[in-house]
Design a protein around this ligand. Sequence first.
Ligand code: SDX
Length: 429
Amino acid sequence: MTDKVAKLTLGDQSYEFPVMSGSVGPDVIDIRSLYAKTGLFTYDPGFTSTAACDSAITYIDGDKGELLYRGYPIDQLAAESSYIEVCYLLLYGELPTKAQLAEFDTLVTRHTMVHEQMHYFYRGFRRDAHPMAIMTGVVGAMAAFYHDSTDISDPEQREIASIRMIAKMPTIAAMAYKYSVGQPFVYPRNGLDYASNFLHMCFSVPAEEYKINPTIARAMDLIFTLHADHEQNASTSTVRLSGSSDANPFACIAAGVACLWGPAHGGANEAALNMLRQIGSVDRIPEFIARAKDKNDPFRLMGFGHRVYKNYDPRAKVMQQTAKEVLDLLGVENNPTLQVAQELERIALEDPYFVDRKLYPNVDFYSGIILDAIGFPTSMFTVIFAMSRTVGWIAQWKEMIGDPQKKIGRPRQLYNGSPARDYKPITDR
Ligand code: SDX
């Protein structure tokens, strides 16, 4: 709290509301008493000016293009850390000691297998079902298989549910992929690190040994780190709102998966690669730039723009560099999709339409190029985003559940429907 106040004048009435400060970033006006004092609501569809909670997990400075996980800059974590260490940091607030990391890594590793009955759950889906549809269903079904960790009032059950989700999401994701390509499920291998295990479960087949390429595994781990958390984005807010009703954690994460699927959010990585392929060559870029600027055309540059970043998304910078490294390693010279992406970025960042609106590439612009080069179909891109973001959803959910001020989320509205009226019998209509 600060000693600052915000004054609101309505007619001849004047009201004061306290102003709260965080550790960094914008202050907030505490309007919790607004309706009681004035009988008015605030109006903010899309929550462009609304802080829905206070949190100590992730901070974004949209103007500077900065992203901090528990205070550590994303570019430093990308260069120095690992996803499993970032999971520990997001969950517990501090970087682990060597012993803490080893214990956490072992704990997660020991929970990577799923209940054997889940294999039969997948059989209910069509083989051509979108893997995100499968993820949404299977993650929600985890409550049916792991009912012993659904009591959110029990800290131990909250902890085991968190570990189970972080550990099992790669297995569930890989199973969704294997099911869609008609190959047998591959069990996790405890001797592999998180990213290598995921690659193993996705790409190994019983017929031959699958060799993990360490550079590809490193790129995969980096993608997981870059997507791990991102403050109060749409899917995280969905998880928090679901959790505010004391729903079990598996149901909350399933809600987050469903929300992330939208092309305006996590589905943009799949849409961005499809767009780059649709453009096909650099000489068609002006046509698509014109469409993106045309208000009568619903087309938008997928992977561009962001509600918070009004500067370059720091994750996109790391992603672009990783894309070049992976393509070089794979000997993919002059990848047309990367060439289109880089030329599209160059042209857009010189175009007043994009410059004036501060539209820059976001995390989804380059990620698909890497995932495509590694061998994933576009339908798996958002699945991988959901896997990575599970730790962020869990950390935010745990923070909310542990908040003594927790209340069920229940926004109000500006009603512009019909005032009260009497029922009219059908004979009189
Ligand atoms: C993610 O919130 C998060 O943190 C999300 C995320 C995370 O890690 O969780 O970062 C992950 O979802 C990244 C965003 C992925 N989505 C896309 O790439 C889809 C394309 N982008 C847009 O649809 C859009 O930029 C949003 C949805 C991301 C943000 O939209 P806003 O903040 O609501 O902005 P807006 O739609 O009001 O746009 C402002 C202006 C409009 O023009 P004007 O009305 O002022 O004339 O910018 C234009 C928009 O038409 N605009 C675009 C554009 N994005 C915005 N024009 C062309 N192409 C675009 N991509």
